[in-house]
Structures are given as structure tokens and as C-alpha cells.
Design a protein around this ligand. Structure first.
Ligand code: HEC
Ligand code: HEC
Length: 213
């Protein structure tokens, strides 16, 4: 028990001071006032006041405009461990199920402009991959599922305006962090695509969608 506590303490100490302070401050605040608004403020400490994302020790993804069904599914997946991330596992386990819908609606309604920040990727190539795919590498057109403007629909996420470094990290760690589920999980759909894209192609498509509003 003590060893686990020590390990957890060391892990926390390793986080950037921003995240450490934000996490504790938010947890205390949300504990005092269990309301939805307090919970949303807590999310925004890390995800940005307008849900636009944040460049810190970790890149924290944009939530503004995200599809509610997708956002809800991710919170459930973090809480169950199907999607692996230690920061969001703790956050998600602290969100009462009855609040998830209101939180998802709130972020969906936010319409902040893309935060930007280059990925160094080739935007022209990214656009081509997004719109037509790479048939010779078995990469489908992203637009077929994510929509022509990358806004997503239902359980398919919005990619428009997402931070490029988050997109590249997500695509390159997919099998490790997102597809631990038993059969039937939606994350399995992305597995072949993430394996067939080269790092340069990931940066290119990330650069392109990150500029879309
Ligand atoms: C301490 C910082 C922190 C707080 C507070 C926080 N998040 Fe996160 N969130 C992160 C990080 C870091 C990631 C990226 C994790 C990953 O790569 O899987 C993330 C990822 C997410 C994702 C996945 C986004 C995507 O595009 O797949 C959702 C959804 C999310 N957070 C929702 C929330 C909600 C809702 C709250 C408030 C209840 C919240 N977060 C509070 C740091 C935080
Ligand atoms: C057959 C449909 C389909 C196609 C084609 C597709 N995706 Fe996806 N994508 C999905 C689904 C479904 C998810 C959500 C998976 C989950 O819930 O974990 C997703 C998730 C993602 C995510 C995670 C977003 C986030 O916020 O964490 C990224 C990034 C992504 N796709 C990029 C792409 C790119 C780039 C392409 C084209 C090269 C592409 N996708 C093609 C269905 C598709």
C-alpha cells in the first residue's frame, strides 16, 4: 500500500507543475461543488477556457465542437481502461455518469478558432490523404468517415482544429493505447489505417486538419 502510494506520488511529481497544480485545484473545487458547471471549469483548466486545447508538458486535445457521442464514449473508455491514459483515467472516474451528457453538450457547443501550432507536416499532401486516401498503401480517405470538413458525426470524432502534435501522438500510439478492447470496439476501425500511414504522412494529415474550422 505504502509502496503504491509512493509510486503514485513519484508519478505525480513527474508531471509538469501546471498539470499538478491544475489537477489538485480542480479536484478540490469539484469536490466542494458537485455541480456540472464546476466540473466543466475543471476540464477547462487543462483543455483550455474555450476548449481549444493546450500545449503543455503533454499536448492536451481540443474538445471544442467535438461530437457528444464520441466524447461520452471516450470518458467511458478511459474510466474502464479500454483507452489507456493515467491522467484521464483519474479524471473520468471522478465524473458522475449523470453529468456526462451535459458536459458533452457544453463542449460540442463551443466554437473556438483552431489553436494552430505547426506539426511540420506537408499540408498539401495532408489534404490529399484526407480527401482521397492513399490507395497504393491501403489508406482510406479520412473524409469518408470523418466527413468532408472533418467535423465527425456520432461516435466518429471531429478532427477539425485538433492540435497536430496530439493527432500525431494518437495515431502513432493507437494499438498500444486505444485498441485493447475485446471485439466490437470502434477503435478497431482505425488500426489498419494507423499501421499503413508513415510518420511523415501522419504529420501531413495532422497539419491539414488542424487548420480546418
Ligand atoms: C489534468 C489535466 C486534465 C483535466 C483536468 C482533464 N483532462 Fe481530458 N485530457 C487530458 C489529457 C492529457 C488528454 C490526452 C490523453 C490521451 O492522449 O489519451 C485528455 C483527453 C481527453 C479526451 C479525449 C479527446 C479526444 O479527442 O479523443 C476527452 C474526451 C477528455 N479529455 C475530456 C475531459 C473532460 C470532460 C474533463 C473534465 C471532466 C477533462 N477531460 C479534464 C488532460 C486533462
Ligand atoms: C471507416 C471509418 C474511418 C476512416 C476511413 C477513418 N477513420 Fe479515423 N476514426 C474512426 C472512428 C470510428 C474513430 C473513433 C474510434 C474510437 O472511438 O476510439 C476514429 C478516430 C480517429 C482519430 C482519433 C481522434 C481523437 O480525437 O483522438 C484520429 C486522429 C483519426 N481517426 C484520424 C483518421 C485519419 C487521419 C484517417 C484517414 C487517413 C481516418 N481517421 C480514417 C473512423 C474512421
Amino acid at each position: 500500500m505504502a509502496a503504491i502510494r509512493l509510486r503514485n506520488a513519484l508519478k505525480l511529481a513527474a508531471l509538469a507543475s501546471f498539470m499538478f497544480v491544475a489537477g489538485n485545484f480542480g479536484a478540490a473545487w469539484a469536490g466542494e461543488n458537485g455541480g456540472v458547471q464546476a466540473k466543466i471549469e475543471y476540464c477547462q483548466i487543462c483543455h483550455g477556457q474555450s476548449g481549444q486545447g493546450f500545449y503543455g508538458y503533454y499536448t492536451i486535445p481540443r474538445l471544442a465542437g467535438q461530437q457528444p457521442d464520441y466524447l461520452e464514449a471516450q470518458l467511458r473508455d478511459y474510466a474502464s481502461g479500454r483507452r489507456v491514459n493515467s491522467v484521464m483515467a483519474n479524471v473520468a472516474r471522478g465524473v458522475p455518469p449523470g453529468m456526462i451528457g451535459a458536459i458533452a453538450t457544453h463542449f460540442h457547443s463551443m466554437n473556438s478558432p483552431p489553436l494552430g501550432g505547426g506539426s511540420g507536416g506537408n499540408v498539401g499532401l495532408g489534404r490529399q490523404i484526407f480527401e482521397t486516401g492513399l490507395p497504393e498503401s491501403n489508406v482510406p480517405a479520412c473524409s469518408a468517415c470523418h466527413g468532408p470538413e472533418a467535423k465527425g458525426t456520432g461516435p466518429i470524432p471531429r478532427l477539425a482544429g485538433q492540435l497536430p502534435s496530439y493527432l500525431v501522438n494518437t495515431l502513432s500510439s493507437w494499438t498500444r493505447n486505444r485498441s485493447r478492447e475485446s471485439a466490437g470496439g470502434l477503435a478497431a476501425i482505425m488500426v489498419p489505417t494507423t499501421h499503413n500511414l508513415t510518420p511523415a504522412q501522419m504529420s501531413a494529415v495532422a497539419a491539414y486538419v488542424s487548420t480546418l474550422r
